[in-house]
Write a protein that binds this ligand. Structure first.
Ligand SMILES: Nc1ccn([C@@H]2O[C@H](COP(=O)(O)O)[C@@H](O)[C@H]2O)c(=O)n1
Length: 590
């Protein structure tokens, strides 16, 4: 745990784990949160704590004569100062991840947005993990033509039961990658010779580590391709990308688990009733005593109390040398990046989705009404009325009272720069937001293909400490023991409502805007007499979508993204502007 982080409150009610023959721990979408959540005690474990937990779980598996595999399904980068504040980005993250003893690891879309990130992944991270790092559908060009980003598949035997496993690593059909990589559509790869050969190998289980939302066509396609050749063999899938706790059942021997995001969750899954046959034929996996194979899943809150509970350790016996070293290294790296530096104190907490948009506590409202109009200004065009558009997905996390240097990256990690289209007719500009918000628009379709998540119905984001319920003690019928309930994940998935390891109180979550519009320098009385033209200012990330939208509105191909110039200096990213704003506008009395 990091020096400034807090352990969760005592007295939480746990749901225990059920071990099987083959057990898994799974993380996904870590997004650089390796220091843990310093403002939220429920998720305050750091990667060092998780490493200690893994080590105890491996020991327990050995004692039980079963197996444990550790999986990570990508998007380890972008989203936290520990990754984004270093120069080059990820300098420390790559070192921090080295002791992370995963069995299978794969690539997410965020490893590919930026050419340098992809390059570093290929030249530094992948060699370290070696053949355990799988990229079944990604190629990279290192200057000599396309080559596989990493190993395509891996066949291996588990340590204790000797289960024979064939593993793959897939990314969804992502199109927003930098040009030094190429992501082959999943359906195409399933037809490739190497894949067809791999699924014909006589194994006990197929394992798919996928940076793919578990409710997608891509995963269904992967499942179907394997199942067609292997009617009886278990297919275990681990997903990611949509940042939620989720679980689906493809058939009685195939499920997919998604384990949240941002080091808030470690997924646990077990398969029982796997009996490896001596002779390899077409049905090596036999149910125990004729009983069907049993699958069990649980979502663990990422904190030391839970890790100790599930690994049967105590505060004294929990830490391993390797884990302690990682925690210490993280603290040193955070210090050298000055991440704890206080920039300002927020007038109140602002949330992305726990407060409705628009409302006073909603961060998008604050951005649209206060921050963007003030900070997004081109001095030479300051008097020209402007409409500023940013994509909702660019904002990644809530704002607590203490706004530190780290917070700038936690909220806005991307190098999002402002571009503009000058003097756009009022009738066109005023229709853009409607165009973006129209679910049927190509913008939505394209952004969803890129992973944009507009609605949040199935997601459930946890609350910060300040939102903890007052101690709510519920006496147990059989004794004097009392539980303390906190607000947190209350997941409902294909196996029901008992998946979270801690019994939490549910909370409300509101939809976030797909695209946010802010107006600035509008003349007095503009409602009665609108300006004839305005500047349309937007993130470079959505430049192609803006061109597309305006073309559709006027009904002709008038704009393309290459026509747009930068509205402000290239140094003026939203991250930098936000930091300047907080420094200037918010006091330091928290
Ligand atoms: N330069 C970028 C890159 C990404 N985004 C936003 O992130 C979304 C994808 O993030 P996931 O964690 O869901 O994979 C993407 O759709 C954008 O909203 C961005 O704004 N700028």
């Amino acid at each position: 745990i990091q020096p400034s982080a807090q352990n969760p409150l005592d007295g939480q009610e746990f749901r225990d784990l059920e071990w099987g023959d083959l057990n898994f721990l799974h993380t996904t979408d870590q997004h650089g949160w390796h220091a843990g959540h310093l403002e939220e005690s429920q998720y305050s474990a750091d990667l060092g704590d998780y490493i200690s937990f893994i080590s105890h779980m491996r020991r327990r598996a050995k004692e039980k004569g079963v197996d444990l595999l550790v999986i990570d399904t990508g998007d380890r980068v972008e989203g936290n100062g520990l990754y984004d504040a270093s120069e080059p980005k990820g300098l420390y993250t790559r070192r921090i991840l080295e002791p992370f003893d995963v069995d299978i690891i794969t690539t997410g879309n965020h490893e590919l947005y930026n050419g340098t990130t992809a390059l570093h992944e290929h030249t530094q991270t992948i060699p370290f993990f070696g053949d355990r790092y799988l990229s079944s559908n990604i190629d990279i060009d290192m200057g000599n033509g396309w080559e596989p980003m990493a190993n395509r598949s891996l066949r291996f035997q588990t340590e204790n039961l000797g289960l024979d496993i064939m593993a793959f690593g897939f990314l969804f059909n992502f199109t927003g990658n930098f040009k030094n990589t190429r992501v082959k559509p999943v359906a195409t790869v399933l037809e490739e010779e190497w894949f067809q050969k791999a699924i014909r190998e006589p194994v006990d289980l197929f394992l798919v580590a996928a940076h793919i939302d578990v409710h997608t066509l891509e995963l269904q396609q992967i499942h179907d391709a394997i199942r067609q050749q292997n009617p009886e063999t278990p297919i275990q899938i681990f997903g990611g990308h949509s940042h939620i706790r989720d679980f689906v059942e493809f058939d009685s021997k195939s499920t997919a688990l998604e384990s949240g995001r941002y080091c808030e969750t470690a997924g646990f899954l077990s398969l029982d009733g796997l009996v490896p046959k001596d002779e390899k034929d077409t049905s090596f996996v036999k149910p125990k005593d004729g009983a069907p194979m049993k699958t069990f899943r649980r979502y663990l809150d990422f904190n030391r109390a839970g890790f100790q509970h599930h690994s049967n350790t105590t505060e004294d016996s929990f830490d391993t040398d390797a884990g302690l070293k990682v925690s210490k290294d993280i603290a040193l790296y955070r210090q050298s990046l000055d991440l704890n530096r206080l920039i300002g104190c927020a007038p109140r907490e602002y949330t992305l989705s726990r407060d409705p948009y628009p409302s006073a506590g909603n961060w998008y409202s604050y951005l649209g009404e206060v921050l963007l109009p003030k900070m997004v200004v081109n001095k030479t065009r300051a008097e020209v009325p402007r409409m500023i558009f940013i994509n909702g997905g660019s904002q990644r996390f809530d704002i607590f009272k203490r706004f530190t240097y780290d917070t700038t990256f936690i909220v806005s990690p991307f190098t999002s720069r402002f571009m503009y289209a000058a003097d756009i007719p009022w009738e066109v500009a005023t229709r853009l937001l409607g165009y973006f918000n129209d679910d049927a628009s190509p913008y939505s379709v394209e952004m969803q293909a890129k992973g944009e998540h507009w609605a949040s119905a199935s997601s459930n984001q946890p609350l910060p400490e300040s939102m903890m319920l007052p101690v709510n003690q519920i006496p147990l019928a059989r004794g004097r023991q009392k539980w303390r309930k906190t607000i947190g994940y209350t997941t409902e998935d294909a196996f029901g409502k008992q998946g979270d390891d801690v019994v939490h109180q549910a909370f409300q979550k509101f939809d976030t805007p797909k695209v946010l519009q802010a107006n600035a320098s509008f003349p007095v009385g503009w409602e009665a007499k609108p300006p004839q033209t305005v500047d349309v200012v937007f993130f470079d990330f959505i430049a192609a979508n803006v061109a597309d939208g305006m073309n559709r509105i006027v009904g002709e191909k008038k704009w393309k993204k290459e026509d747009f110039g930068y509205y402000m200096s290239r140094e003026d990213t939203l991250t930098k502007l936000m930091l300047e704003f907080v420094q200037e506008e918010w006091g330091k009395e928290c």
